[in-house]
Design a protein around this ligand. Structure first.
Ligand code: F0G
Length: 351
C-alpha cells in the first residue's frame, strides 16, 4: 500500500496490538512540524509547531483512537463510549464507524464547538448531551463501561496514550533530537502524559540523548493543575480544555516534575490573541484550545522562564475549522464588504 500507513504500522515495534488484530486506521500521524518564523523572532528561540489539526478528523486524538479502536474491534465488543469536549467524540465516531462498531458519546450540553458536533452527527454517533460539564460526562461514561458491554475510549484507556506517544517520536525523528522545551495545552492531561512517555521511551532506547522540559498550559478559568486542586465549574472560551478534574492528574505532575517543566495558566484574552496571531502571522488556523500552548510560549518568553536560544515545539492540537463560531465572533474587525463585481479592484485599492 502506498504512502504513510498510519501510526500503528509506522511504529509497529512500539505500538503493540493483539495478535491477528485487523488494524483500524484512517492514515493518522505524519503531521507537519512547521517552523514558525514570527514566533521565533518574538521569543528569540527556534519555534516549531506540531500541526495536529492535519490528522484525519482534525485533532491529535486520532493517534490514540486508531489503537483504541483496533483493540476494541479485536476484543469482539459491539460498541464504544466516550465523554468528550468534542474532539475525542469526533475521532471515536470516525474510527468506530470504520470498524463497524457503534459509538455513544456523552457531551456537555451547549459546550462543544459546532464543527465537532457536525462530525459526530455525520459519522453516525449516538450523541447524548448531558446537563453538566466534561468531568460529569466522564464519570457517567466510566460507569456505563463498567456496567455494560461497551469499551471506554477516553484517554483513561491506556492504549490511547500508547498511540499518542507517536507525536513525540515523529518530532524527534524530524529534528534528529528532542527539542529543549515542549509546550502543550492541558485539559484532561492525557496528551502531556503521552508525550512525556514517548520522549522518555526514546531516551531509554538511546534514540535521543536528552529529553525536553514539559511546559503545560491551562486556561485561567479551568486550571486545576496550576491551582493544585480541582475546579468545580471550569469556564473558558477554549471549550476543548474546559476540564476541572483531569483524569491523568498524577502522571501530568510527574511529567512536569521529572522534566523540570512547569504548569501555568493563561487568560482567555491571551489565548484569543495567540489564536489570531497564529492565523495572521504564521498562516496556521487552529482551534482556541490549541492556541493555549502558544499563549503560554509568549507568556514564559516575556517573563524570562523560556531561555533564549532554545529549540521549542508547541503542539497545536486541533484544526481551526472545528470552531468556526469563535473565528467569526469578535474577530472580524471589518465586516465583509458588499461590492458590485465591477468595483472589486477599486475596493482592494489595486491600480
Ligand atoms: N487540545 C484540544 C483541541 C483538545 O481537544 C484537548 C482535549 C486538549 C487540547 C487537551 O488534551 O485532555 O489530553 O490534556 N480534548 C478532550 C476531548 C478533553 O474530549 O476531546 P488532554
Amino acid at each position: 500500500r502506498p504512502g504513510w500507513p498510519g501510526v500503528i504500522k509506522a511504529y509497529a515495534s512500539r505500538i503493540p496490538i493483539p495478535e491477528g488484530a485487523e488494524i483500524v486506521t484512517l492514515g493518522e500521524g505524519n503531521t507537519p512540524l512547521l517552523f514558525a518564523p514570527h514566533l521565533s523572532e518574538l521569543t528569540g528561540c527556534t519555534v516549531y509547531l506540531k500541526v495536529e489539526g492535519a490528522n484525519p478528523t482534525g485533532s491529535f486524538k486520532d493517534r490514540g483512537m486508531t489503537v483504541a479502536i483496533t483493540h476494541a474491534k479485536a476484543s469482539g465488543v459491539q460498541a464504544v463510549i466516550c465523554a468528550s469536549t468534542g474532539n475525542t467524540s469526533a475521532s471515536a465516531a470516525a474510527y468506530a464507524t470504520r470498524a463497524g462498531l457503534t459509538t455513544a458519546v456523552l457531551v456537555p450540553q451547549g459546550k462543544i464547538a459546532m464543527g465537532k458536533m457536525a462530525q459526530a452527527v455525520l459519522y453516525g454517533a449516538r450523541i447524548l448531551q448531558i446537563d453538566g460539564n466534561f468531568d460529569d460526562c466522564l464519570e457517567l461514561a466510566r460507569k456505563m463501561a463498567a456496567d455494560y458491554p461497551v469499551t471506554l475510549v477516553n484517554s483513561v484507556n491506556p492504549v490511547r496514550l500508547v498511540g499518542q506517544k507517536s507525536a513525540a517520536w515523529e518530532i524527534c525523528d524530524a529534528l534528529g533530537q528532542a527539542p529543549d522545551i515542549h509546550c502543550l495545552p492541558v485539559g484532561n492531561a492525557g496528551n502531556i502524559t503521552a508525550y512525556w512517555a514517548g520522549y522518555t521511551e526514546y531516551a531509554a532506547d538511546k534514540v535521543i540523548s536528552t529529553v525536553p522540559r514539559m511546559f503545560g498550559f491551562q486556561a485561567a478559568g479551568a486550571a486545576p493543575l496550576v491551582k493544585g486542586e480541582p475546579v468545580p465549574n471550569p469556564e473558558t472560551v477554549a471549550t476543548a480544555i474546559r476540564v476541572g478534574s483531569p483524569a491523568s492528574w498524577d502522571s501530568a505532575v510527574q511529567a512536569k516534575t521529572a522534566s523540570g517543566g512547569l504548569f501555568e495558566a493563561v487568560t482567555d484574552e491571551r489565548i484569543l490573541e495567540a489564536y489570531r496571531l497564529l492565523a495572521r502571522r504564521e498562516g496556521v488556523f487552529v482551534e482556541p484550545a490549541s492556541a493555549t500552548s502558544v499563549a503560554g510560549l509568549l507568556l514564559t518568553a516575556a517573563d524570562g522562564r523560556l531561555p533564549k536560544g532554545s529549540t521549542v515545539v508547541c503542539t497545536v492540537t486541533g484544526h481551526g475549522l472545528k470552531d468556526p463560531a469563535t473565528a467569526l465572533e469578535g474577530n472580524v474587525e471589518v465586516e465583509p464588504l458588499a461590492v458590485d463585481p465591477s468595483a472589486v479592484a477599486a475596493a482592494l485599492e489595486l491600480s
